[in-house]
Design a protein around this ligand. Structure first.
Ligand SMILES: Nc1nc(=O)c2c([nH]1)NC[C@@H]1CN(c3ccc(C(=O)N[C@@H](CCC(=O)O)C(=O)O)cc3)C=[N+]21
Length: 287
């Protein structure tokens, strides 16, 4: 009987390493890179994420502004604000916090952002460049995961990577980044037949489905690296809400390395957003 426990891939030290380079690059520019975030309504998770990003931005020498608009803001009003921010040369990065209320067409909004200011990497021009192998501004969560893997010296090239989840925010861009880094990539999803047989092939398993504890120990190859992107709010035995991932805690007994939730991928997402803001600023003409 050999009880092993996975190496913990803590987000904060890797995020701090990325933020140190963000701060150094920001300091080399003639004016501080400027991020503008827009959120509609007051969903508590959105309020808290945007606040966290705003605070970190200032810590590393960026300028950050938040437009907190009423939930009833019309799509036309939101598009008018985006047009203004696109035209404003003092703005380097624009982020519209998702999800948007049901009366606003998310696609219409994301397509309206100038691709050069699209620090989320969600505009079709940036999606296309990523899939063409010419990444420019790449989605923050997957790009942050790539940084985390390299920070901890974990190999990607030649690895069999399985991503569970095909969202536009995580699963799909994660597949593109891993493919660009010479992994052999499989994207599994809710319709995949015999999911466990697919995930057991993975040297690198990325769980991004939003279903608490979907990934159980029997689904993991011994020694695999497991990245948990799930941020699920569940009620604990004490009936208090807490965060849990898509990966069952017992996976730590099988995996070689595992990201915790919270304190894993989340902090990387924020650091990468600020890295993207500096990248956008570096590429925009100076005034
Ligand atoms: N336009 C847009 N871009 C986004 O990048 C975006 C978005 N909309 N909408 C929502 C999701 C979610 N997201 C997270 C960022 C940080 C943490 C994070 O820092 N999590 C902490 C814990 C946070 C907590 O305690 O609630 C952690 O995992 O340690 C989580 C989730 C960005 N998103």
């Amino acid at each position: 009987m050999t009880a092993t426990t996975a190496r913990v891939l803590a987000g904060p030290p890797a995020a701090e390493a990325l933020l140190a380079s963000v701060a150094a690059r920001a300091a080399r520019l003639p004016t501080p890179p400027t991020l503008v975030m827009v959120r509609l309504g007051d969903d508590p998770a959105s309020v808290s994420y945007v606040r966290g990003k705003d605070r970190k931005a200032r810590e590393v020498g960026l300028r950050s502004t938040v437009h907190a608009l009423p939930a009833e803001t019309s799509q036309a009003e939101l598009l008018a604000l985006i047009a203004e921010l696109n035209a404003d040369e003092s703005v380097n990065g624009i982020l519209v916090q998702l999800p948007l209320p049901p009366h606003v067409n998310e696609e219409a909004v994301l397509h309206a952002i100038d691709p050069r200011k699209d620090v989320d990497g969600f505009h079709p021009v940036n999606v296309g460049e990523l899939w063409a192998g010419r990444p420019t501004l790449t989605p923050c969560t997957p790009a942050g995961i790539m940084f985390l893997l390299s920070h901890y010296g974990l190999p990607v090239a030649r690895q069999r990577a399985v991503i569970v989840g095909r969202s536009h925010i995580v699963g799909r861009p994660m597949a593109a980044l891993l493919l660009n880094a010479d992994a052999t990539v499989t994207v599994a999803h809710s319709r995949t037949v015999d999911l466990a047989a697919v995930t057991r092939e993975a040297d690198l398993l990325v769980a991004a489905v939003g279903r608490p504890h979907l990934i159980t120990p029997d689904m993991v190859k011994p020694g695999a690296t497991v990245i948990d992107v799930g941020i699920n709010r569940v009620l604990g035995p004490d009936r208090r809400a807490h965060l849990t991932g898509d990966v069952h805690p017992d996976v730590a007994g099988v995996a070689g390395a595992l990201t915790p939730v919270p304190g894993g991928v989340g902090p990387m997402t924020i650091a990468q957003l600020l890295a993207n803001t500096v990248t956008a600023a570096e590429r925009q003409p100076t005034r």
